[in-house]
Design a protein around this ligand. Structure first.
Ligand code: AMP
Ligand code: GLY
Length: 422
């Protein structure tokens, strides 16, 4: 099979790496890819939101399968556009992209199909939102912009002042344009966050894995939220009973709900979940794989994903079990996600022996590998236990050098789960 992977981050490098290990993969292209993907396939420069251009690549290179990484081409309708092309495409249609691109529609969908999620109110009118927040007694409260805001559209308001400022910012000042004119205000849930990833085709699905993401920039979950500073896979506290509950209450009700709405879902589906005193709750859906979780998942799971994506009998709803744990540390440019510099040479990668490195913000210039983004590299190591994987990954990370390199030191530290691990 000739495969085209769309995107340029660590997630796309990992997806490409995974499918390239399959005997079914004959040729691999990336649009546009990065400094790492260039070592396992051919990078093609260009804009993946220009669907005519994507179609011309499919025709020119005789592509059999397109795998779409990021959410924006999905929300822009890449799947619908390529429906009649000769290639198969792994990306849900724009009709189901609402699960990620509209918090309001996603919450209403969950309510309709009895999928556990935080209690919520929708506001389209600024004055009504202000009135509602002024009479709230129980804090914190979570305020979410309806549309896609690049991960910045969720605010946990600790008190009325915070909440009113956020409502001003989102609804009145239109900080994210149309995406934040309408909001969801929801109950704050206490618990342990984790994510589950499925590959769905209609009413069939397979679970690709589960993981934990570290969003805040600094140790002990301090600092601003980022795209992700590290990951652990599988999720360390999930028991078989918990997995059963997630399948029954969340995954299956979601898939049945989509079917009842007459919607055909084909692609990755990412469940952002919270394990609470009352079991699993959905925080969000994403219609794509997670970044950086995918980089850990592809290492944990030894199955052939290209086979899973193309063989209908693998859509059997099974939750895979693993005999190892992976810890992933994201190396970033100091200052990320706010202000940072780029263009520095990366050294030491050839010394990394006991970990796999997926590239995110890198590029090759004058035959040198240089930093070209906030998140630069993803280093993933596996071990029989969490502590073995953690020791390995931090040992390997120390071999890599670039100016202003920064990373969290507490990825995979058990203290995070002391209330839930028995
Ligand atoms: P979302 O984009 O909806 O996943 O929200 C981003 C982050 O905000 C999540 O990863 C959680 O850490 C947090 N969050 C979202 N909704 C809630 C909630 N109802 N209760 C507590 N934390 C939440
Ligand atoms: N790691 C979070 C995300 O991909 O949205």
């Amino acid at each position: 099979m000739k495969i085209l992977v769309i995107g340029k981050g660590g997630r796309e490098h990992a997806l490409g790496w995974k499918v390239s290990s399959s005997p079914l993969c004959k040729k691999l292209y990336f649009l546009p890819g990065n400094g790492g993907t260039a070592t396992i396939g051919q990078n093609i420069e260009g804009d993946y939101n220009d669907f005519d251009f994507v179609k011309s690549i499919i025709d020119d290179k005789d592509i059999d399968l397109v795998i779409v990484g990021p959410e924006d081409p999905i929300a822009n309708g890449i799947s619908d556009y390529l429906l009649n092309s000769k290639s198969r495409i792994i990306a849900p249609s724009s009709q189901v992209a609402f699960l990620e691109s509209s918090k309001i529609m996603a919450k209403r969908f969950m309510k309709k199909y009895n999928i556990p999620t935080a209690e919520f109110q929708v506001f389209v009118d600024y004055n009504e939102a202000v009135r509602y927040v002024k009479q709230i007694k129980k804090w914190p409260l979570v305020i979410k912009a309806d549309g896609l805001c690049g991960g910045k559209g969720v605010v946990i308001a600790e008190n009325a002042e915070d909440a009113l400022n956020t409502i001003d910012d989102f609804m009145k000042n239109g900080r994210f344009g149309a995406a934040s004119r309408r909001i969801v205000v929801e109950e704050y849930l206490k618990g342990y966050e984790f994510s589950v990833f499925a590959f769905v085709d209609g009413d069939g699905y397979t679970i690709l894995g589960d993981a934990i993401d570290y969003k805040p920039a600094l140790d002990d979950d301090r600092g601003p939220n980022t795209g992700g500073m590290g990951s652990v896979s599988p999720c360390i506290f999930l028991t078989d009973g918990m997995k059963r509950e997630v399948k029954e209450k969340i995954i299956e009700r979601t898939i049945q709900g989509l079917g009842s709405e007459g919607l055909h879902y084909k692609g990755f589906l990412y469940f952002g979940l919270m394990w609470t005193e009352d079991g699993p709750y959905v925080l969000e859906y994403n219609v794509r794989m997670g970044d950086p979780e995918t980089q850990a998942l592809v290492m944990v799971d030894r199955r052939d994903w290209l086979f899973l994506f193309t063989e209908p009998s693998s859509l059997n709803g099974k939750w895979p079990s693993y005999n190892r744990t992976c810890v992933e540390v994201v190396l970033v440019s100091e200052g990320y996600p706010l202000k940072y510099e780029k263009g520095f040479e990366i050294q030491g990668l050839e010394d990394v022996k006991d970990a796999t490195v997926f590239h995110a913000g890198t590029r090759i210039m004058d035959n040198k590998l240089i930093t070209w983004g906030g998140r630069v590299l993803n280093v993933v190591a596996c071990g029989k236990s969490l502590s073995e994987a953690r020791e390995k990954v931090y040992r390997e990370v120390k071999k890599i050098r670039f100016k202003n390199m920064f990373y969290r030191r507490d990825i995979g530290d058990e203290k995070r789960w002391k209330g839930i691990l028995s």
